[in-house]
Design a protein around this ligand. Structure first.
Ligand SMILES: Cc1cc2nc3c(=O)[nH]c(=O)nc-3n(C[C@H](O)[C@H](O)[C@H](O)COP(=O)(O)OP(=O)(O)OC[C@H]3O[C@@H](n4cnc5c(N)ncnc54)[C@H](O)[C@@H]3O)c2cc1C
Ligand code: FES
Length: 376
């Protein structure tokens, strides 16, 4: 047994909850989902040429409680417009006095560029309390496989940091895909954590070498061959995946091919490319496609929309600004009270049943089934 192995207690049995009420949760105030806080930036870390981490403390200095893998919704006034976007809390809940987000600059992107250009130590930022169900707590397992690409590394990094801070010595393999070695976010920290924790292993695969001509790792995309070589028991592992939509569908396909049980697969999408796609309209339906009127009770405005569109998308076209972020029914930013009418809402966990009972709906994933009146 080497000195590192001696430092760890035997592995936790799978029934032990990842989230332990006697550890980081004790004493920390619960930052309720949707509750607004003012965060003060303490430090900015340049992770790669286009990724920065912003570290914050909560305005009144109290510790906050969240699950590793959850995100918060940040809000800023950019060129006179209120903009809201979701960012995963990349720091672990085991360090409850400091919250960090790790943001990749998106070409032409409003919030990511604003944060990169404006956040400095001392700057403040409004944020809404943590949300999200993509957390290792949701699926206790003896062995996990974390698969990420690009900025999708962030939720898995929070889970990794939390697990190692708690000395859980969990059996985790973390495989990260990047464009080039210089684009690997948290590269040195992940390697250091793997040296510290004997049951945590990490691998990187890059599409090209970029400027790092002596890169010794594999070149290309994650394949079943590579996965089988690095993680021969991948089919026995609980898989957590986060990355661009194309990456995640490729991962799903290769896991399916490799016989992995889809029930043990969990993913989070950051994809901001478009609204929830309109429902396909059959040709014979198109001619009779229903339209509905949407009234806004506070502004006395109204617009018409087709039954196949989401209310958020139609409102945007009509020039009505409604706060939104994920456009996928995940973050809860577009939650609005429906005063009259009915919608067909297909969300992804961004709203609770009791909120639905109170008349709230997520407009990004709701399509009208009658005329509507919204509390806007
Ligand atoms: C749950 C969740 C967690 C997330 N966590 C992270 C994280 O940890 N790190 C991270 O970096 N990101 C994360 N994201 C993504 C993040 O929320 C933002 O979507 C991302 O930073 C881009 O926002 P933006 O305002 O910079 O870009 P946007 O302004 O929203 O633009 C996005 C893209 O659309 C294009 N675009 C914008 N306007 C137009 C237009 N009028 N016509 C054509 N194209 C246009 C832009 O060029 C850009 O390519 C997360 C998202 C979700 C849903
Ligand atoms: S914008 Fe995220 S739930 Fe609607």
């Amino acid at each position: 047994m080497n000195s590192v192995e001696r430092m760890f207690a035997p592995a936790q049995d799978p029934e032990v909850r990842f989230s332990n009420p006697h550890t980081w949760e004790s004493g920390a105030r619960l930052w309720a989902s949707g509750e607004q806080q003012t965060l003060t930036c303490c430090r900015v870390v340049e992770e790669t040429h286009d990724v920065k981490s912003f570290e914050f403390r909560v305005g009144d200095g109290t510790p906050v409680r969240f699950e590793p893998g959850q995100f918060m919704t940040v809000s800023a006034n950019v060129k006179g417009q209120a903009v809201e976007r979701c960012y995963t809390i990349s720091s672990p809940p085991t360090r409850p006095y400091l919250l960090s987000i790790t943001v990749k600059q998106v070409p032409g992107g409003v919030m990511s560029n604003w944060l990169h250009e404006n956040m400095r130590p001392g700057s403040t930022l409004r944020a809404y309390g943590p949300s999200g169900t993509f957390t290792a707590t949701a699926a206790a397992s003896a062995k996990s496989l974390y698969l990420s690409a690009g900025s999708g590394v962030t939720p898995l990094m929070s889970m990794t940091r939390a697990s190692i801070d708690l000395g859980l010595n969990r059996d985790v393999v973390f495989v990260h895909s990047a464009r080039t070695p210089a684009d690997i976010v948290f590269r040195s920290e992940l390697k250091r954590l793997a040296e510290l924790s004997p049951r945590f292993r990490t691998f990187f695969v890059c599409e090209g070498v970029g400027d790092e001509l002596d890169w010794a790792g594999p070149i290309g995309r994650l394949s079943l061959e590579l996965l089988s070589e690095w993680v021969p028991d991948y089919a026995e592992r609980e898989v957590f995946t986060c990355g661009p939509a194309g990456y995640m569908s490729a991962v799903r396909a290769l896991l399916r091919e490799g016989g992995h049980d889809p029930a043990r697969y969990h993913q989070e999408s950051f994809d901001i490319s478009a609204d929830v796609a309109p429902e396909p309209v059959r040709e014979e339906q198109a001619a009779t496609q229903q339209t509905f009127t949407v009234k806004l009770s506070r502004s006395s405005r109204s617009f018409t929309m087709s039954a196949s569109e989401t209310v958020l998308s139609a409102a945007r076209k009509a020039g009505v600004a409604i706060p939104s972020s994920c456009s996928q029914g995940v973050c809860g930013t577009c939650k609005t009270r429906l005063l009259e009418g009915t919608v067909d809402m297909k969300h992804n966990g961004g709203i609770r049943e009791r909120e639905v009972q109170k008349g709230l709906r997520l407009l990004c994933c709701s399509r009208p089934t009658s005329d509507l009146t919204l509390d806007l």
